[in-house]
Design a protein around this ligand. Structure first.
Ligand SMILES: CC(C)(COP(=O)(O)OP(=O)(O)OC[C@H]1O[C@@H](n2cnc3c(N)ncnc32)[C@H](O)[C@@H]1OP(=O)(O)O)[C@@H](O)C(=O)NCCC(=O)NCCS
Length: 179
């Protein structure tokens, strides 16, 4: 199998252990240049519980290469999932992007780009007009490459430790099928 062969499908409950592993490894190995070890550990303390909530209640997508899960990304309405960084009452039909992680060793092959393409289509079909998120500092260049704009830095308090993230947003085209 070539490293570019992968598919996008909806997450299922049985994906949880693989997604938890990818989240742990992507934060420890890919986000370690932006955060202290203690900050990453505090974030990961809640990681699996939040992923479980996301698989159950959000619109969660995974990338798979054969049997191997290599990435995930989800979207949900503001406030639907714990540790949301968005106001509960947005001014526009808005959704929040959560849990974007790619398995180390599979980065820079367009995995996250394909997941976000799927999310944008999915959200537009549900009449969402704006996607927002709190990006890790290391994730900012990725979102900018996909047309998101930074609106400022924000601090998220996790177990008494502050983690700085970048608030990012993108306006969506009105979906033809939703119009
Ligand atoms: C951020 C992350 C999801 C990107 O995943 P990815 O599959 O490697 O991203 P893609 O290959 O789809 O990248 C698409 C484009 O984004 C940009 N990009 C991606 N990663 C980048 C990086 N580390 N530095 C600069 N630009 C980057 C590039 O323009 C890239 O296109 P190119 O490879 O043709 O130059 C991945 O690095 C990751 O899991 N990081 C750790 C977890 C994290 O911080 N997630 C974000 C949470 S909000």
């Amino acid at each position: 199998m070539r490293m570019t062969d992968f598919e996008i499908r909806r997450a299922i409950a049985a994906d949880l252990p693989a997604l938890a592993e990818i989240q742990q490894r992507s934060m420890r190995e890919l986000a370690s240049m932006s955060y202290e070890t203690a900050q990453i550990a505090a974030f990961l303390e809640h990681g699996e519980a939040i992923l479980s909530e996301i698989i159950e209640k959000a619109n969660c997508w995974v990338a798979v290469a054969g049997p191997l899960v290599i990435g995930c990304a989800a979207w949900c309405r503001p406030g639907a999932i714990s540790l949301s960084a968005l106001p509960k009452r947005p001014t526009l039909p808005e959704a929040e992007i959560r849990s974007v992680h790619v398995r180390p060793g599979w980065t820079r092959r367009g995995v996250a780009r394909r997941l976000l393409d799927r999310i944008e289509k999915d959200a537009a079909e549900a009449s969402v007009l704006r996607l927002s998120l709190l990006s890790t500092l290391n994730g900012r260049a990725f979102y900018e490459a996909l047309g998101f704009s930074a609106t400022g830095e924000k601090k998220l308090k996790v177990d008494g430790l502050f983690m700085t993230g970048v608030a990012m947003t993108k306006q969506l085209e009105k979906s033809r099928s939703a119009a």
